[in-house]
Design a protein around this ligand. Sequence first.
Ligand code: CMC
Length: 428
Amino acid sequence: MSETARMILDGQEYEFPVITGSENEKAIDISKLRGSTGYITMDPGFKNTGSTQSGITYLDGEHGVLRYRGYAIEELAEKASFIEVAYLLIYGDLPNKEQLAYFNDSITHHTIVHENMKRFFDAFPLGAHPMGMLSSMVASLSTFYPESQNPNRDITDIDLTIHRLIAKLPTLAAQAYKHNVGLPTMYPKNNLSYVGNFMHMMWGVPAEDYEVDPIVESALNKLFILHADHEQNCSTSTVRVVGSSQANLYSSVSAGVSALWGPLHGGANQAVIEMLEAIRAEGSPLQSWIDRAKDKTDSFRLMGFGHRVYKNFDPRARIIKRAADEVLGQLGVNDPVLDIAKQLEEVALNDDYFVQRGLYPNVDFYSGIIYRALGIPTDMFTVMFALGRLPGWIGQWKEMTENREPIGRPRQVYVGASERAFTSLDAR
Ligand code: CMC
């Protein structure tokens, strides 16, 4: 017998179906609630609201489980390439050799961005935040490739748009960096791996041959995989909602980049390093920072701590913490900020406030320390997150499109003024 939920409203009983996911997750389907009762539900921040039935990423926040299409994140981070994971997230399965070769080849052939787009960079002020530049440039891609705007969603056009976007995001990200450091942009080198090519465009200069350091390449590959999808987070939900109006993929992902930029989301990786640097500069005891984070009259929060879904540990953070030790060791970097981060984690994890609320280091707590060791400037950290998250945004947009999901449009309870008569300016 299928499970149902019963609700009593004004003495009348209503039944709602219960949906069970493949990992036994339960949801009450209230899609007919308003039609049958006249009521809506209230859930600010969507803390208890499922927006879709998705087959992409499984996450169990209580037990620290994260899987892409059924594969454990720990295994993918260890054994896969980022491009394989991108294929997996977007197309549903790990690619075989032919599929991977085709995917790689297609992406490789779209890495150059239109020359005219370089002029957009000229107009940005020096020191413009690269996330602002990235979001604008991604939206601009739709103007250069109008077939992406076809709302009939021809499958060939969609694939072309997907491959173009994956190919061009690293080029745009590196160009944003070059703009700020005043160095000439580098054209892609298509004999390099996806990650290696990005490194070449970031750190290569026209006068010299750039050699891809395998330690850096492998670290970035791992970080990109760990960031590649995280089910219905803020930026992904943004991508799906924007896409649900049948806006094109570039515009939808541009909105996702903007959502990611906020310090409560992907922007936390920049905020963590700034916080750790401030702790180092001030030299005040760690406990005083913890006390500030607990003080409800102080807006300060421990950045890189806490998560909407993980209430035990964030499996990505565990892998990244280990990787931070490894990568810094391999590169011979001694960053005092890593020690501060570890001490801060220890103090927080032994503090009742953090324990009771299930606040643990999240993916952003240690990632910035690795990015720094790799030579990536602080304001580029969230761009690195965006590069990693791109296949997730695309896979989720594609799923939403293929499922023909309705336009995203929540309701509200109005609490403003009741109807009143207009008064002329003199009478006010
Ligand atoms: N420092 C101090 N207190 C915190 C923190 C923190 N970092 N995070 C949550 N709390 C407290 C919060 O004040 C609340 O306390 P109380 O119950 O007494 O009111 C309780 O913990 C629950 O927090 P919440 O704000 O209701 O939880 P949320 O699910 O709405 O927010 C969060 C999740 C990630 C926005 C939040 O934990 C936060 O602001 N963390 C710092 C920013 C950060 O690291 N963001 C990166 C998230 S992981 C990357 C990503 O995928 O975006």
